[in-house]
Design a protein around this ligand. Sequence first.
Ligand code: CA
Ligand code: CA
Length: 210
Amino acid sequence: MKHILIAAALLTGLMATGFSQSQEERREDGKDHSLPCKQERLVIQAHGPTGKANLDHSDFWTNFTAAEFSALDNPATNLFNQTAINQHFAYTFRFPGWPGSNGKECCRCIEGATLTVTFKALQGGPPQSATSANDVISILSSLAPGPSHVVTSQILWPSGVKTGQTETLTFKIPCKYLANGHLSIFVEDDTAVVSAELSLLRCCLEDDRK
Ligand SMILES: [Ca+2]
Ligand SMILES: [Ca+2]
């Protein structure tokens, strides 16, 4: 009961000074975020290996069989700027300083992320055809409702597409899906991912940041 009373008193004080947003988050995860922290923008440009050490299995839906995940988790075929059709793409963004990333909790998300992904069609076709046209991006978080863990998903080329056509999409991801320190994207098989960037506003304890 004492904690609840203290939280209520803090809430009143913080709302009076205009910091109601951070207080909302403190209540949401039940942890004490009242220590001073420094706001900064974290920008992660996806690059490098996409398989094995990169993918966080917990972000992926549970009906993805072990064999299917193993095929996806292959750095020889899961590539940026893929040129071959029939190869899925997946990538896990990891946020330094989050719980689970280095054993310490010293940073937290204070404003949802902006995810920007650029795609290239490898096999043109009319709407809904089994080409690039029917390919879907799914954004996955282990904190999104199971068993799919899909935060959001979208058909990339709903009006059909020509081979070689490119497109850039932007997605907004709420903080509640980022609290585990990672977020994954999955893009279907006839579309290449040219680039992917995630940007979020975070707050880090000043003497414990890594
Ligand atoms: Ca295909
Ligand atoms: Ca396809």
